[in-house]
Design a protein around this ligand. Structure first.
Ligand SMILES: Cc1cc2nc3c(=O)[nH]c(=O)nc-3n(C[C@H](O)[C@H](O)[C@H](O)COP(=O)(O)OP(=O)(O)OC[C@H]3O[C@@H](n4cnc5c(N)ncnc54)[C@H](O)[C@@H]3O)c2cc1C
Ligand SMILES: *[C@@H]1O[C@H](CO)[C@@H](O)[C@H](O)[C@H]1NC(C)=O
Ligand SMILES: *[C@@H]1O[C@H](CO)[C@@H](O)[C@H](O)[C@H]1NC(C)=O
Ligand SMILES: *[C@@H]1O[C@H](CO)[C@@H](O)[C@H](O)[C@H]1NC(C)=O
Length: 362
């Protein structure tokens, strides 16, 4: 019994994007029916499911002077609302922390400036970006920035929190794998609108392969928390997006410390590369003196995840599908799914409103 006020929303995917989109729809349509269908849910650890493998932190990589910056800004403000205003950072798994970002190239060449403004767009958002002094820079680095305060996310806690929010707001969860969208929609014939948050999983949907999608393999090492707490996050990179980025990332609330990383485009391998892991640990110990020596690190797990990268950036679009059911796409967030999640969900909501013909307030 779908009506404009009581639509039946069907969401494919239960990663950070599917769950956040579902909660955003719930807030806008309190009486709607919402169902999330997915093969994987929080708690699962599979190479087909990217969300559990993220670091994760907020550290914007975009500089389009447009929608992509907007998505990251909206998400930063949502995290700030939850942590600073509502005081529920512990429960949610998000905390504030400073970060040192170190670059091996000149500022104009490393992909951090917005061309139109000649500035780093998020300077005010993170409470200021101060240049690191020569003494603070590791050997060979060209410049570094001290992000006064950004966010780090314990993805295990955060994904479970998103799922608990979904359950307590009466969003139905169904675990199933669908080989095609036709088969999905024929099982849910009263669907008013489908939201597609299937990430790389789509490459196995027979009727809808988006060949702009490709995996960017990321390998990390989870280590025990050292007795002397690490005071900040660190990254070091030849430029903002680079296969050789090194990062050290203390997670809040018992999340351990994540060491990274790698960016291997087009590589589907789920196997741990032992040599790469050793290289990551060496690079991290060089960057973060608090870690000590590589041989003293207490390794808890080696992790491999595939970022859902997409030529042309994330796809957030409305499409009328062949059998008349509108589809809102929200996929292809690459290495930024957490930090853009609330912003892209808000954009998906605008498209849902458009599809249902209710005028948008936005
Ligand atoms: C090493 C690493 C570090 C990262 N660090 C950060 C970071 O610091 N900050 C940040 O913002 N991002 C980071 N990311 C990126 C982030 O993890 C991703 O952008 C995000 O998890 C993508 O979420 P998603 O919901 O789109 O996809 P996924 O989490 O992969 O979810 C896809 C969902 O769709 C379901 N699905 C797909 N196809 C089907 C089907 N046919 N039938 C049923 N179900 C289906 C799956 O089961 C799953 O539930 C990192 C990623 C990696 C690998
Ligand atoms: C769903 O998203 C995938 C990418 O995640 C895409 O290939 C596919 O075309 C989308 N489904 C529909 C209904 O178009
Ligand atoms: C994919 O990555 C793995 C692990 O680093 C590596 O061993 C392998 O050679 C890579 N494959 C390709 C095709 O690049
Ligand atoms: C921080 O986040 C960016 C994008 O969100 C990611 O690519 C990077 O690896 C992360 N770095 C750290 C320090 O965790």
């Amino acid at each position: 019994m779908a009506s404009k006020d009581q639509p039946n929303f069907l969401i494919l995917g239960a990663g950070v994007i599917g769950l956040t989109t579902a909660l955003t729809l719930r807030a806008a349509y309190p009486t709607s029916h919402i169902t999330i269908v997915a093969k994987h849910f929080p708690g699962d650890r599979s190479i087909e499911y990217t969300s559990p493998w993220a670091g994760a932190n907020w550290s914007s990589m975009v500089h389009d002077n447009g929608p992509l910056e907007h998505y990251d800004r909206v998400t930063f403000k949502k995290f700030a609302q939850m942590v600073d205003v509502e005081g529920k950072g512990e429960e949610v798994g998000i905390g504030r922390m400073g970060m040192w970002g170190v670059f091996d190239g000149k500022i104009e060449e490393v992909g951090v400036l917005t061309e139109e403004t000649g500035r780093i767009w998020y300077e005010e958002l993170v409470g200021g970006l101060e240049e690191l002094s020569k003494e603070e820079l590791p050997e060979g680095a060209v410049f570094g920035l001290d992000f006064k305060s950004t966010f780090r996310i314990n993805t295990q806690v955060y994904l479970n929190w998103l799922q608990a929010q979904a359950l307590s707001s009466h969003i139905a969860l169904i675990r199933r794998h669908y080989p095609s969208l036709i088969s999905l929609l024929s099982d849910f014939p009263s669907t008013t609108l489908l939201v597609n948050c299937s990430a790389l999983g789509s490459l196995s949907l027979m009727d809808v392969r988006d060949t702009n999608l490709y995996p960017t393999r990321g390998q990390t090492v989870l280590i025990a928390e050292p007795k002397t707490p690490i005071p900040r996050m660190y990254f070091r990179s030849p430029k903002r997006i680079d296969p050789e980025t090194t990062y050290v990332f203390p997670r809040p609330n018992g999340g351990g410390v994540i060491l990274g990383g790698s960016r291997q485009d087009g590589n589907w391998s789920a196997e741990v590369d032992v040599q790469l892991a050793a290289d990551i640990m060496r690079r991290c110990c060089e960057l973060c003196p608090e870690l000590g020596r590589p041989e003293d690190l207490q390794v808890i797990s080696h992790n491999v995840g595939l970022r859902p990268s997409r030529k042309g950036g994330p796809r957030i679009e409305l499409e009328k599908w062949s059998n008349g059911v509108p589809v809102v796409h929200n996929y292809g967030h690459a290495g930024a799914g957490y930090q853009s999640s609330w912003g892209t969900a808000e954009r998906a909501l605008e498209l849902v409103r458009k599809a249902l013909g209710t005028s948008s307030k936005l």
